[in-house]
Design a protein around this ligand. Structure first.
Ligand code: FAD
Length: 460
């Protein structure tokens, strides 16, 4: 849709002409996210204040122009990919407004990059635990809008557990404040959490009050190789049953191990069915004995070899393998469909076996890795988008993965969201009543359907 010239004039008046982009070479930068989804905006606006966001939404609502909020565009569900309309780029609202060691909160604008906040907190001896692997690029606003997870989830929880309050601009330009800066709050409906994970479909988050925690003093990691995948899965329960709550338990299946070894040649056990990395944190005098207990449990559960790292340098070496999964997979095929399913932890071995069977049935390669302790794994369906027959098989394999997930009592997305790429599977996962109620909520906040239309819901 072409944006009428009087609207462009109003946008330029409200934000300043330099903050309104319309040239094709400027727009293309905002036409994609971390997936292969693509779509052009008609205009990109770069507000720096809540008032400017409100002005944009007032105009868009009046003119019924779609608005797609955008953080860093690292999303893995196509949720920030526009299909025309206005891209509202929050990256310039990137100030940390306050760090309060007393209240243990940070108040930030949505465009603050996660790692920037982590760095700023270090001198205070505080941490903001959610640490998606994209933390060097992704924004806190995007993290909140997708309820991002990270490797530390098993012990510390996900983004929603750290969002205490929000400022949100609603489609008509009204500014809503939710929650506060206290941990406890049962005053009325929990509107704060309604916006967490809403993928830009209800309003634009312009300020976030985050809960912080004291930084743990020490950390250690064990790496364990398993001949049988099931033994890796059972190890997680054995560790938890021993009274140890690890920071993280990350899994790589055989296809991932082999891909990383081909890339790095660091002597990974390519015959192993699974490689698991387990980290613990806390006081130094507790961490060292704990990681050795973890290693003993791994051995008892059948792991061989098991390595332990207690210094940052040693840890770095062990984590290199896990961190290299994505770049290593990129060498196998030009494209991949990254899925993000989550099942009850006890179902992980069966889920991975089903994924392997699906890969065989549709003749595609599906390396699987992820956060086994959270029951959240990423089966990456490798492909070449130029090959129509392969893409047909990829679509069937993806559908089969989702069906198996739902059958095992799981969910389509543990941390990436639904966006554009998974919306057709929503009815199968939630059923008509839940979708009807969700659309009812959307209508309350966004009666004209301008907020990120075409995302999350098949019919929106
Ligand atoms: C290499 C890589 C690793 C990743 N690792 C992880 C991981 O470990 N865990 C994880 O959870 N995800 C991960 N992701 C996915 C992605 O980084 C997260 O979903 C992240 O939270 C998106 O943040 P963003 O700033 O890039 O948001 P975008 O991609 O720009 O937007 C994502 C969604 O949020 C909405 N949005 C953004 N800002 C606002 C706002 N201010 N108000 C309202 N809506 C808004 C958008 O409309 C869209 O729906 C990874 C991605 C990559 C590329």
């Amino acid at each position: 849709m072409a944006i009428p010239s009087h609207v462009l004039r109003e946008l330029r008046d409200a934000l300043g002409p330099e903050r309104v982009l319309t040239r094709p070479e400027e727009l293309i930068v905002y036409s994609y996210d971390g997936t292969w989804a693509e779509g052009q905006p008609d205009v990109v606006v770069n507000p720096t204040t809540t008032e400017q966001v409100a002005a944009v939404l007032r105009i868009a609502n009046r003119e019924r122009i779609p608005v797609v909020p955008r953080g860093a565009g690292t999303g893995l569900a196509g949720a920030s990919v526009p299909q025309g309309g206005i891209v509202l780029n929050l990256a310039r609202m990137n100030r940390i407004r306050e760090i309060s060691p007393e209240d243990m909160v940070a108040v930030v604008e949505p465009g603050v990059v996660n790692q920037t906040l982590q760095d700023e907190l270090r001198p205070y001896g505080l941490i903001y635990p959610p640490d998606p692997a994209s933390l060097y690029m992704s924004t806190i606003g995007g993290n909140v809008a997708t309820n991002a997870g990270g490797p530390r989830c098993l012990k510390y929880g996900v983004t929603k557990d750290y969002v205490l309050g929000l400022e949100v601009v609603l489609p008509g330009g009204d500014v809503l404040r939710t929650g506060g800066r206290q941990i406890k709050n049962v005053t009325g409906y929990n509107l704060t959490q309604l916006f967490v994970g809403s993928e830009g479909t209800l309003g634009v988050i312009t300020e976030i009050t985050l809960r912080l925690l004291p930084a743990p003093a020490a950390r250690a990691t064990a790496m364990a190789a398993y001949a049988r995948l099931e033994d890796a899965a059972h190890t997680v329960n054995a560790i938890l049953s021993a009274g140890i709550l690890p920071l993280t338990t990350e899994l790589m299946d055989q296809a991932c191990i082999q891909a990383v070894e081909r890339k790095l040649q660091i002597g990974l056990p390519v015959e192993a069915e699974a490689l698991m990395l387990i980290a613990v944190d806390g006081e130094p005098e507790a961490v060292e004995p704990q990681i050795h207990r973890v290693a003993d449990i791994c051995r008892r559960m059948g792991a061989d070899p098991v390595e332990v790292a207690t210094t940052p340098e040693e840890e770095e070496k062990l984590w290199l393998a896990r961190r290299s999964v994505s770049p290593a997979l990129a060498l196998i095929k030009p494209n991949r469909l990254t899925e993000d399913i989550a099942v009850p932890r006890s179902k992980i071995p069966e889920m991975i076996r089903r994924i392997q069977a699906i890969a065989r049935e549709y003749d595609v390669l599906i390396p699987t890795f992820g956060h086994i302790g959270d029951g959240n794994v990423h089966p990456d369906i490798m492909c070449d988008r130029r090959d129509p027959d392969e893409m047909r098989r990829v679509a069937l394999a993806a559908q089969a993965v989702f069906e198996a997930t739902v059958e095992l009592g799981g969910t389509l997305s543990g941390e990436h969201g639904i966006g554009l790429l998974k919306k057709e599977f929503l009815p199968g996962a939630l059923g008509p009543l839940a979708i009807e109620k969700m659309l009812g909520i959307k209508k309350v906040f966004d009666p004209h359907g301008i907020m990120n239309p075409g995302k999350v819901f098949p019919e929106a």
